[in-house]
Ligand binder design. Structure first.
Ligand SMILES: C[S@@+](CC[C@H](N)C(=O)[O-])C[C@H]1O[C@@H](n2cnc3c(N)ncnc32)[C@H](O)[C@@H]1O
Length: 273
């Protein structure tokens, strides 16, 4: 293992307060995450299905591994391989480590990977990269650590995600209460400029339904994925504002319940020989 991990496990969150917040939020959510992560399992499984059929990695990286569910899937799918589960949230790694799957569990940042050049055959990343402000840095780090013919397979979220919640808050107070997501066009541009070969990049909406709005907001909190934007309101959420939010969201109700739309981006890229 030491020959492909370039530096000692990093203090992943150093220097960047927003990353510290992301790490702290996901660390706090580690114990509750798996119970509410149905969409995340569906999306990650769909990404596994999109992996090139000829891919036989001897080393893989699960980037933003969270509780390590997909590290264990990768370990069983590529049974002779060796993997690293990397996440910015130490609390997630503490939760994942005892469950096995990866040979190493490393704290690190997708924008600055603590791995050697040309050290892995597959970078797998599901629903983590929407948290990275500098997606071109993520792509360039993936390219650096991939061996020739290696594959980057990722899912992420693009604009339109949680639009119902965003619009409802907008109607209430105009504050940023929902995380911002890059547009699909930006994903397309950055992938095209990455120097990796683009095998596929597509978007598929997934819509969850909730009987009540508080089920959605509780789920986001349990996932660690509630709003961490600098523009969020620092004021206490008064009962009147919550009532107004519920009323605004009710406008979206369908016979299946209150919809929460996720615009899921699937990308598969390959490094040239
Ligand atoms: C929604 S969870 C997904 C976890 C897992 N991939 C899954 O599908 O269940 C997102 C994960 O990305 C991690 N993350 C966020 N920003 C990161 C970064 N810059 N570098 C590495 N991991 C990051 C979070 O700590 C969190 O564990």
């Amino acid at each position: 293992m030491s020959e492909w991990v370039a530096v000692a496990p990093a203090n992943a969150a150093s220097g960047l307060p927003d990353k510290r917040q992301v790490a702290a939020s996901f660390s706090r959510a580690a114990a509750s995450y798996d119970a509410v992560a149905e969409l995340q399992r569906t999306v990650g499984s769909a990404l596994i299905e999109r992996l090139p059929t000829d891919l036989q990695p001897s080393r893989w990286l699960d980037l933003g591994a969270g509780t390590g569910y997909f590290s264990r899937v990768l370990a069983s799918r590529f049974s002779t391989s060796e993997g690293v589960a990397l996440d910015i949230a130490e609390g997630m790694l503490r939760h994942a480590r005892p469950q096995g799957g990866a040979a190493a569990f490393i704290a690190g940042d997708a924008e600055c990977l603590p791995l050697r050049d040309a050290s892995v055959d597959l970078v797998f990343s599901s629903l983590a990269l929407q948290w990275c402000e500098d997606f071109s840095a993520v792509l360039s780090e993936a390219k650096r650590v991939l061996r020739p013919d290696g594959v980057l397979a990722f899912t992420s979220l693009c604009s339109g995600t949680l639009q119902e919640l965003r619009d409802s808050w907008q109607a209430v107070d105009g504050f940023t209460h929902v995380n911002r997501f890059r547009s699909l066009e930006v994903y397309q541009q950055l992938c095209a400029a990455s120097g990796l070969q683009l095998d596929r990049l597509d978007v598929e909406p997934q819509v969850l339904h909730f009987a009540e709005l508080r089920q959605l907001t509780h789920e986001l909190k349990a996932l660690g994925a509630h709003n961490l934007n600098p523009g969020r309101s620092g004021r206490l959420t008064g009962r009147a504002r919550i009532r107004a939010l519920i009323d605004a969201y009710e406008q979206f109700r369908t016979p299946s319940g209150l919809p929460a739309t996720y615009q899921v981006v699937y990308g598969v890229l390959r490094k040239d020989f």
